[in-house]
Design a protein around this ligand. Structure first.
Ligand SMILES: Nc1ncnc2c1ncn2[C@@H]1O[C@H](COP(=O)(O)OP(=O)(O)O)[C@@H](O)[C@H]1O
Ligand SMILES: [Mg+2]
Length: 264
């Protein structure tokens, strides 16, 4: 609308997620913890935004506010999704139910949406096949490895075809190889589905591989101190990890992050 500098992502100007001077303080005086902000942040439709920052800077706090699990102290966080296609969240510790089978876990969101059982099972099985878990549909999560459990969590989140995906360090508990494999899978999935995603990580490599934008946060209370667009066109693959541009950006971001991570 008359904007002389339209952004590349501006096909639909409506933001899926918008944080405005968002802060969160925990506790009561005199023992308060300034955990977050102020943060201003917009995620546009189809965009994959990665937030990186030192441990304890307020990343999970931000995501919990976005997921409606926590109230901000000041500022606002708006989410614009239709009610039929919700925002879903994937946590570092999987958040799957050990007393439900793998298929029932993946079907969980569909059951809540009252999708008829036959259709829900078919959609769950489709996601299990994509995630290489077909043989484990009737197994219980406790019998699975960490990587498989996280695949179940991803299948469950994506099965509802979310309009907005919120991920809080989903691969942090996995070993390096598995992590790389799941990053590549997520890259594939989100590029084909164009899922709008806000992804939190403390891994720069992960943020650069996955993100349209990488936002770097300061030490607590976390604010956004830098924004980069990794120079890799879509669709991209994990092969970009081997390029000089990747290494250069990682070094640049690491210099920023190292200053923030150093003890005051
Ligand atoms: N419920 C809470 N009560 C008090 N302090 C909290 C609570 N949740 C988080 N914090 C504090 O807020 C800061 C940010 O935490 P968090 O958002 O989990 O950081 P991150 O995810 O970036 O590691 C930390 O200092 C943490 O100890
Ligand atoms: Mg956290």
């Amino acid at each position: 609308m008359g904007d002389p500098h339209p952004k590349p992502t501006a096909g639909n100007p409506q933001a899926k997620l918008r944080a405005t001077t968002l802060t969160r303080i925990f506790g009561r005086p005199p023992r308060t913890v300034d955990a977050l902000g102020p943060v201003d942040l917009t995620v546009t439709p189809g965009e994959f935004v990665c937030l990186v920052g030192p441990s304890g800077c307020g990343k999970s706090t931000l995501l919990r506010i976005a997921a409606g699990l926590l109230r901000p102290s000041t500022g606002t966080l708006e989410i614009h999704t239709s009610s039929r296609r919700p925002a879903t969240m994937i946590f570092q510790d999987y958040g799957i139910y050990d007393w439900k089978t793998v298929r029932a876990n993946v079907r969980f969101g569909l059951d809540i949406q009252r999708v008829p059982r036959r259709e829900a099972n078919a959609r769950a099985d489709d996601w299990l096949a994509r995630m290489g878990l077909s043989d484990f549909a009737d197994a219980y999560p406790a019998t699975l490895s960490g990587g498989m459990r996280q695949r179940v969590a991803i299948a469950r989140a994506l099965a509802v075809e979310p309009e907005l995906l919120l991920m809080d360090e989903p691969f942090a508990a996995l070993d390096a190889q598995l992590r790389t494999i799941l990053q590549d899978e997520l890259l594939d999935l989100t590029q084909s589905l164009r899922t709008t995603t806000l992804f939190i990580t403390h891994s720069l490599e992960e943020a650069i591989v996955l993100g349209d934008r990488v936002l770097v946060m300061s030490a607590r209370p976390g604010r956004v101190i830098a924004e980069h667009r990794p120079p890799f066109p879509r669709p991209r693959t994990g092969d970009i990890r081997a390029t000089p541009e990747f290494t250069a950006l990682r070094t640049e971001l690491w210099d920023l992050l190292r200053k923030e991570a150093a003890p005051a």
